[in-house]
Design a protein around this ligand. Structure first.
Ligand SMILES: N[C@@H](CCC(=O)N[C@@H](CS)C(=O)NCC(=O)O)C(=O)O
Length: 211
C-alpha cells in the first residue's frame, strides 16, 4: 500500500509533508481531497483527520494527521538528521523553532494569505485592516528572526533543520503577493530564505505545487 498523503499539494500544510518526504527520498502518492466538493468533511476523510482538514497521512495501516507530526514521523522513520534527535540540546532547539514557526510565524502569514489570496478567489472582499495588523505582527516576528539569523546560519544553529524547512509554505505564498517585499527589510532572513529555496526537496515541491 505504501505512503499516501491526502490533500492538495498546493496547500501549505500538505506541502510541508511533501518536503519531509522529498528530503528522505521516499516514494509516495498524493491522493486529492478537495475543499469544494465537500470531500474534506466526509465521514471517510474525517476518519483520516477528525478535524476535517488536510493533510492526512497513511503508511500502510498507520494513519496520522497534523503536518508537523507527520513530518517528524517521516524523518524519524527514514533516519534523516533534520530533527537532530541524537543530541538532546540540538533537538530541543529544533523543537523550539518549530514551535515558533507554528505559533508565531504561521498565524500572521495565514491571516494575510487568507485575505490576499483565498478571499479574492472566493469573490470575497479583502479585509485590509486584518492584512495590515497581521503584517505588523509578522514584522515583529521577523525582527526576532533577523537577530537570531545574524548569530547563526539557520534557526536552530549552524545546520539546516526541519524548523527551517517548515517555514517554506508560508514564505512561498507571502512572496507571491505584494507583501513579499517585507523580507527585503531583513537581510539575514532573506539570505536564510534563499538558502532554503535552493534545496532540491523544496525545488521539487515547488514543481509539484505548481503542476
Ligand atoms: N495544524 C494543521 C493545519 C491544517 C490546515 O489548516 N489545513 C488546511 C489547508 S492548509 C485545511 O484543511 N483547511 C480546510 C478547513 O479547515 O476546512 C496541520 O499543520 O496539518
Amino acid at each position: 500500500m505504501g505512503i499516501k498523503v491526502y490533500g492538495l499539494a498546493y496547500t501549505g500544510s500538505v506541502a510541508r509533508v511533501l518536503i519531509s518526504l522529498e528530503e528522505v527520498g521516499i516514494d509516495y502518492e498524493v491522493v486529492p481531497v478537495d475543499f469544494i466538493s465537500g470531500k474534506i468533511k466526509s465521514p471517510m476523510h474525517l476518519a483520516r483527520n477528525p478535524f476535517g482538514q488536510v493533510p492526512a497521512f497513511q503508511d500502510d495501516d498507520f494513519m496520522l494527521f497534523e503536518s508537523r507530526a507527520i513530518s517528524r514521523y517521516v524523518v524519524r522513520k527514514y533516519k534523516s538528521d533534520l530533527f537532530r534527535e541524537d543530541n538532546l540540546k540540538e533537538a530541543s532547539l529544533v523543537d523550539a523553532w518549530l514551535d515558533v514557526e507554528y505559533g508565531q510565524f504561521n498565524p500572521p502569514c495565514s491571516a494575510m494569505m487568507y485575505n490576499v489570496i483565498v478571499k479574492p478567489m472566493l469573490g470575497e472582499a479583502i479585509d485590509q485592516q486584518v492584512v495590515d495588523a497581521n503584517l505588523e505582527k509578522l514584522k515583529k516576528v521577523l525582527d526576532v528572526y533577523e537577530t537570531r539569523l545574524s548569530q547563526c546560519k539557520y534557526l536552530a544553529g549552524d545546520v539546516v533543520s526541519f524548523a527551517d524547512l517548515s517555514h517554506f509554505p508560508s514564505i512561498y505564498y507571502i512572496m507571491s503577493t505584494q507583501y513579499g517585499s517585507v523580507f527585503d527589510l531583513y537581510p539575514h532572513v532573506k539570505a536564510w530564505y534563499e538558502k532554503i529555496m535552493v534545496r532540491p526537496s523544496i525545488r521539487k515541491v515547488v514543481e509539484i505545487m505548481s503542476a
